[in-house]
Structures are given as C-alpha cells and as structure tokens.
Design a protein around this ligand. Structure first.
Ligand code: G
Ligand code: G
Ligand code: MN
Ligand code: NA
Length: 250
C-alpha cells in the first residue's frame, strides 16, 4: 500500500506534528497537563487521522521511529514550558514490547532534561495482553525512573479489573463512551460512580475523557472525579495556541 511507503518516510520528511489537549482538575478548573496527539500532514492526502495510520504503522513497524519522534518532540517541548505541567504521551503495544523501550525513555528524559515525574505514558489495555510479562517488565523499569503510567480507554478492554491489579498504574483514564450523557443516563452514571469508587479504593486518580457538555462536567464535579479532558474544556491544538491564551499557558 502507498500509505505504508509514505509512512516510512514521513518522520524524515517532517510531515508529523503534535497537537496538545488540556487536562484540567475538575474542582479548580486549572490546567494540570496536556495529552500529546499525533497528526500526519500528508502532502497529497492532507491531514490523515491517527485512527487510520497508527494501525498500519503498528503492522509495519514504522510505529517505532514515529513513537520515538513523538516522545522526543513532546518532552523537548514540555521542557521549555514555564510551568512544570504534565505531558501525557500515548504508547502503542509495539513500542512497549520492543527491546530497549525503557532505555529509550531514559535517554529522551536525559537528553531533553524533562523531569521524569512530568511524563505520563498512556497505555491501553490491549497493549498489555500481547506479552504481559514483557509489558510488566517495561512498565516497572520506566516507573522506577519516576515516570507515571495511565491506563487509557479504561472500561473498553477485556479484563480491565485484573489489569488494574496486575500492572503498576498511577491513573485511570475512563473511556469517553462512559462520559457521554452521564448526567442523564442512569446506567452510565452507575458505572461512573463505581469506577470513581474503584479509583478511591485503589488510591488512583481518575480522569474522565471526552467531556463535551457542562452537564457532564457538573456530574463529574458532584461525584469528585479528579480530572477531565474533552472538547468542552479544550480541543487539541498547537502549543502556540495555549501560550497565547494565558489562562491555559503552561
Ligand atoms: O487525536 P485523536 O482523537 O484523533 O486520536 C485518535 C487515536 O489515536 C486515539 O486512540 C489516540 O490514543 C491515538 N493516538 C494519537 N496520538 C498517538 C500517538 O502519538 N501514538 C499512539 N500510539 N497513538 C496515538
Ligand atoms: O484514545 P485516546 O484517549 O488517546 O484518544 C484521544 C482522542 O479523543 C483524540 O483523538 C481526541 O481528539 C479525542 N477527543 C478528545 N476530546 C474529545 C471529546 O470531547 N469528544 C470526542 N468525541 N473526542 C474527543
Ligand atoms: Mn490517550
Ligand atoms: Na482514550
């Protein structure tokens, strides 16, 4: 496929960029960090969404140089921010299982000078199932450096609960399918309360993804959800955009 070939050269051609989406503390409304989201500007196709190219990059292995580029780019950028906010970076299963992943994280932190505690790696449950022993080893090694680990898309995997127990997560990111209409849907609200209780019991902060309405945000506030992210609070954008709007500037 043409996309495969183009992906292999996209890093060196400078076709990728990172956009940032703010993550806010629900009680204070203060921005506490940003999630880095990859965008590919293809010379003919225009902007290709990650849902489309990341699976291909994982299949062909080009996710390794791409993932390394994202990590380096975001750590370098975050190290220049005035406020020491957190930067969350998505890590694919292929990266997590590749030999040398922990060494790469260590080297990027050293080279960019970013404090390890400011880096959070977002790992989906599906990234853990391929080779759980190997995944656990890699996660323990990055955690030992002081890097934080968030479980991404919580609730959509096969064994969310056992994964929470088996892996050293620092945060639960609840999938946006559980936030939509949480203020009016009784089942969704019951699930959200249960997950928030789970987070409290385990001592893990919970972030709600995909918050789009103020009624959803009000529900999260009333139920003491720690953090939120979504179009209501800020769309993914270039860092320059946040620096101009001083309220969110890092
Ligand atoms: O930004 P958007 O909502 O289009 O992202 C779609 C999907 O692509 C999300 O599941 C997100 O986690 C994933 N994604 C975005 N950026 C990256 C990245 O840098 N690496 C990996 N592995 N996944 C990413
Ligand atoms: O899977 P992950 O959580 O990494 O993906 C984040 C994706 O969710 C990004 O592609 C981002 O653009 C998207 N996203 C962020 N906020 C919202 C929102 O409020 N609504 C919807 N539908 N998508 C969102
Ligand atoms: Mn994510
Ligand atoms: Na997610």
């Amino acid at each position: 496929r043409a996309v495969e070939h183009d992906l292999r050269h996209a890093v060196e051609r400078g076709e990728f960029k990172v956009v940032y989406q703010p993550q806010l503390a629900v009680d204070s409304g203060i921005v506490v960090g940003f999630e880095a989201l990859l965008r590919w500007r293809h010379p003919e196709r225009g902007t290709v969404p990650p849902d489309l190219f990341i699976p291909i990059a994982e299949e062909t292995g080009s996710i390794l140089p791409i993932g390394e580029w994202v990590l380096r780019e975001t750590c370098r950028e975050a190290a220049t921010w005035e406020k020491p906010l957190r930067i969350a970076v998505n890590v694919s299963a292929v990266q997590l299982h590749a030999p040398g992943f922990a060494e790469l994280v260590h080297e990027v932190l050293f080279t960019t000078g970013l404090a390890p505690a400011r880096l959070e790696l977002e790992i989906t449950e599906t990234a853990l199932v391929r080779d759980p022993v190997r995944a656990l080893t890699a996660l323990r090694r990055v955690k030992a450096m002081g890097v934080r680990i968030a479980m991404d898309d919580f609730g959509t995997g096969y064994s969310s609960l056992s994964n929470l127990r088996a892996f050293p997560f620092d945060k639960i990111k609840i999938d946006r399918s559980f936030i939509r209409a949480v203020d009016v849907n009784r089942e969704t609200a019951a699930i959200m309360r249960a997950v928030l209780g789970l987070g409290r019991g385990l001592g893990l902060p919970v972030l709600a993804e995909g918050v789009e309405t103020s009624a959803e945000l009000a529900f999260l506030g009333a139920e003491n959800c720690h953090e939120a992210q979504g179009y209501l609070l800020g769309r993914p954008g270039p860092m320059a955009h946040f620096i101009e709007h001083t309220r969110e500037a890092p």
